[in-house]
Write a protein that binds this ligand. Sequence first.
Ligand SMILES: Cc1cc2nc3c(=O)[nH]c(=O)nc-3n(C[C@H](O)[C@H](O)[C@H](O)COP(=O)(O)O)c2cc1C
Length: 371
Amino acid sequence: MSSSLFTPIQLGALRLSNRIVVSPMCQYSAEQGSASAWHAVHLGQMAQSGAGLLLLEATAVEDIGRITPGCLGLYSDANESALARVLDIARKAGTLPMGVQLSHAGRKASSARPWDGGALLDAAHGGWTPVAPSALAHADGEAAPAELDAAGLARIREAFVRAAQRAVRLGLQAIELHVAHGYLLHQFLSPLANARSDAYGGSAQARMRYPLEVYDAVRQAVPDAVAVGVRVSATDWVPGGLEIGQTVEFAHELARRGCAWIDVSSGGVSPRQQIPVGPGYQVHLAQAVREATGLPTMAVGLITEPRQAEEIVREGRADMVALARAMLWDPRWPWHAAAALGASLEVPPQYWRSEPREARGVFAHARVGQR
Ligand SMILES: Cc1cc2nc3c(=O)[nH]c(=O)nc-3n(C[C@H](O)[C@H](O)[C@H](O)COP(=O)(O)O)c2cc1C
């Protein structure tokens, strides 16, 4: 039986050769937002993975939108040229399409790297004052962010546009807007972070306004050939927070605007969240969005086994699966999934000779001549 996971899919103008997406993963290894040698190794490795799409980590659209001082950015000429060098290397390693996740961390900005504890940093420790929809701290005891005024909203919307234009110049074929995990655009959607009394707060409709304005501005600024999708946190997992019904409404608005995909994650806006973590724990949320809107949908979260991924796609619970930790653990996960599912995929010719006897045929074009 042919594999659903290894069936191509079209996202707007972009064709993926299979349904496996390398989920965005912060590396906290940039210098003033500029990609480093680490990124060349990391992205080069992921480019060899055989996945259908590689999404670069959350990439800040302005410096105070970085989660940590080590986060990647696309807000300066220096950032753009550093990423150009890294992408050039990654493209020599693999031929898969690449996209970037554009982000602003809002009130979760100015934090220490996870391996340095992740706490908010004050100015004395290299931090800055974060901005947010409302002056509400993420966690009890933390300093409150500054509330964005109209000029701030316009500045950040324009920063998304400029970063998207930089992404286009870099030849990236997809842009994912980060509206998840408690960062700025999710903060607007969530009643737990948005207490505004202007046109951007209050009803669910009003809370969607700013993320939709950013989506519209980005979509308008980039050519049709570039696919623009969105990652959402479908639920805050906190009573009184964002829940799946509101997310479906938001997804309907995105579908009306021709959004190329929706990537359905959850949580991140409140330390009070109670997440029932387990294999495929967010797949039902992706399924709800997909069934309601018909948008091409990515499921993510503890999808680790080839047969599990295959069933999610075959049963129509999602159109694609995004994998994060499993890809770090096993950067050849798609090769091994293809072998397990009797499918084939393209791999770099330098590695063709690795094809094991029992998996013969898994490399689509392997023809090894030897003297
Ligand atoms: C090291 C690491 C960095 C991450 N960085 C991002 C990020 O930049 N943007 C994002 O949306 N999610 C990020 N995530 C979340 C993953 O994309 C993914 O949604 C989550 O890990 C669940 O999928 P998994 O079980 O396959 O790891 C990160 C996860 C990890 C492990």
